[in-house]
Each structure stands twice: as structure tokens, then as C-alpha cells.
Design a protein around this ligand. Structure first.
Ligand SMILES: [Zn+2]
Length: 278
């Protein structure tokens, strides 16, 4: 009897939340797509790392191909000429060109989740004209005022203007908090204070939940040595976020770091700058 009541309560809650009981969550094919490399000091990524270590980090966007034509990106990379001049990326193509090289048109992208406002994750957002943008409300409001002016240095002025204009056009969804299933089968979580309110994504796949960490975990080394990222407003919260990722992901190997070139070694297929995570 008690079990029946509990079941009824859960079913009622599911109906109220709009979920259809017994309907399995849709699964996605998940890909990391590399559009450039930039030489970087490892100490800028891993707190306390030897300052002589260097790494050509992968500049990456993540593609989630779902049912019914749903094409979701996590992060948009960068495309502005002044950023290209300043950072001098190797093997650079625009993130949209990297996507199209893989056979997905930029116009086909239905949703773009922005993990955080840094230039190398946000700047390319307007390359995807039909995408609905998803960003944490607190991340947006911490960095951009109601007139489009930037409020903090973490965001570039031009990117603040771009995102503000997208919001005026009705294309921006502000995500209100942690563990929100914003798209069926895709849930976003508050990250480890890489910026004011960064987020990462858990994606349902046939291999179980894949976690796309973005810069809340720069390299596999963060997780494997249990070391926070260098750039965090709160190292303890960053470690806690990484620990939580291990509970969300179906397996630790399905946690995908934000800039590690080893992703394309561990998941070598289909190749040519694309890694299928499975
Ligand atoms: Zn980054």
C-alpha cells in the first residue's frame, strides 16, 4: 500500500513536471570537434603545475546529435579577427567550418549551450543563425547589464554586445540554476566557479551519461590527480564540481575535459579532428 502511494506520488510529480512516465529519455551521439590549437602553459590550466610545461591545447566545440533533427552544440568557439591575431591559433578554421567539414550545416544547429562567457567559448555564437542560446541566468546578469554594457572583464566587450543583441531578438534562454534538463536528455549543472556561474552538461547516450565539462575541468590531469583548474574563483567548489561529475557520468572515461588534446587520442574515431564520445 505504502509503495502504491509512493508510486502515485512520483507519477503525479512527473506529470506535473511535464515528463511522460515510461518514456525513455532520448539519446544523442556526442562528438568533440576541434577547430584550432593554441600553445599554452600547463600551469595556466592545472593549479600548481611545473611552470616549464607547455601543451598545444585543443580548441573544441561539442556536438550532440539527437532525434527529430535536434542539433545541439556546447560552446561556440571564437571567430573574431582580433582574437585570431592576438592568439595566433594553429590549424584554425572557424567553428562553423569545422562543423560543416563534419557534414553538419551551421543553419541546422537548433540549440547552443554556452558553458561560460570567455571569448573562446562564446565569441562564435552568431555563426549559428537559428540556434537558441542557453546560458546560466547568473552568468549572464553578472557580466552584461540591461543596455548591453559589460560589467566584468571575463567577457569581451564585443561578445557582451553580441549576446545582448541576441537576447533582444528573443534567442536567449536564461537557465535558472542547477541540474536543469533544458532539452530532453540534456541536463546542465552549475560548474566550479571558472567564471561567476559557469555550467557543464550531462548528455544521455547509448553508453550512458556523458559529461561535457568544458573549462570546469581543463585536462584529464585535473580529474586524475584531483587538482583544481588554475583559473577558478573558488578551488574547493571546482574540486567538488569535478567529484560530482564522476557521480553523474556513466563512467569516469566519459567525462570530457575542455581543452585536452588527449580526447582525440582516447576517442580516435571518426578522426580528422572529430572524436565520437562513446
Ligand atoms: Zn576555454
Amino acid at each position: 500500500m505504502r509503495r502504491t502511494i509512493r508510486w502515485l506520488a512520483l507519477t503525479a510529480a512527473a506529470v506535473l513536471l511535464g515528463a511522460k512516465p515510461n518514456e525513455p529519455a532520448p539519446t544523442y551521439e556526442v562528438y568533440a570537434i576541434r577547430y584550432a590549437s593554441i600553445p599554452f602553459k600547463v600551469a595556466g590550466l592545472i593549479a600548481g603545475a611545473d611552470t616549464s610545461r607547455r601543451l598545444d591545447i585543443a580548441m573544441t566545440i561539442w556536438l550532440m546529435n539527437g532525434p527529430d533533427g535536434r542539433v545541439v552544440l556546447l560552446d561556440a568557439g571564437f571567430k573574431r579577427e582580433d582574437l585570431i591575431q592576438r592568439w595566433k591559433p594553429a590549424d584554425y578554421v572557424t567553428p562553423a567550418a569545422a562543423l560543416e567539414r563534419f557534414g553538419v550545416r551551421r543553419e541546422a544547429v537548433t540549440d547552443l549551450i554556452i558553458s561560460h562567457v570567455h571569448w573562446d567559448h562564446l565569441d562564435g555564437a552568431d555563426l549559428f543563425p537559428n540556434a537558441r542560446i542557453w546560458i546560466q541566468k547568473e552568468e549572464y546578469e553578472h557580466h552584461i547589464d540591461s543596455t548591453g554594457k559589460r560589467l566584468a572583464n571575463a567577457i569581451d566587450t564585443a561578445d557582451a554586445t553580441m549576446l545582448h543583441n541576441m537576447k533582444l531578438a528573443g534567442r536567449v534562454n536564461l537557465v535558472d540554476g542547477d541540474a536543469r534538463e533544458i532539452i530532453p536528455g540534456i541536463t546542465v549543472y552549475i560548474g566550479g566557479k571558472h567564471t561567476f556561474q559557469s555550467q557543464y552538461a550531462g548528455v544521455n547516450t547509448t553508453s550512458g551519461i556523458v559529461v561535457l565539462a568544458s573549462d570546469n575541468m581543463y585536462l584529464y590531469e585535473n580529474l586524475e590527480k584531483h587538482v583544481p583548474i588554475s583559473q577558478t574563483l573558488d578551488a574547493a567548489s571546482n574540486l567538488a564540481a569535478q567529484e560530482r561529475m564522476t557521480r553523474i557520468a556513466a563512467s569516469p572515461r566519459l567525462i570530457v575535459p575542455g581543452h585536452d588534446p588527449a580526447v582525440f587520442v582516447r576517442f580516435p574515431l571518426p578522426g580528422n579532428g572529430v572524436a565520437r564520445i562513446r
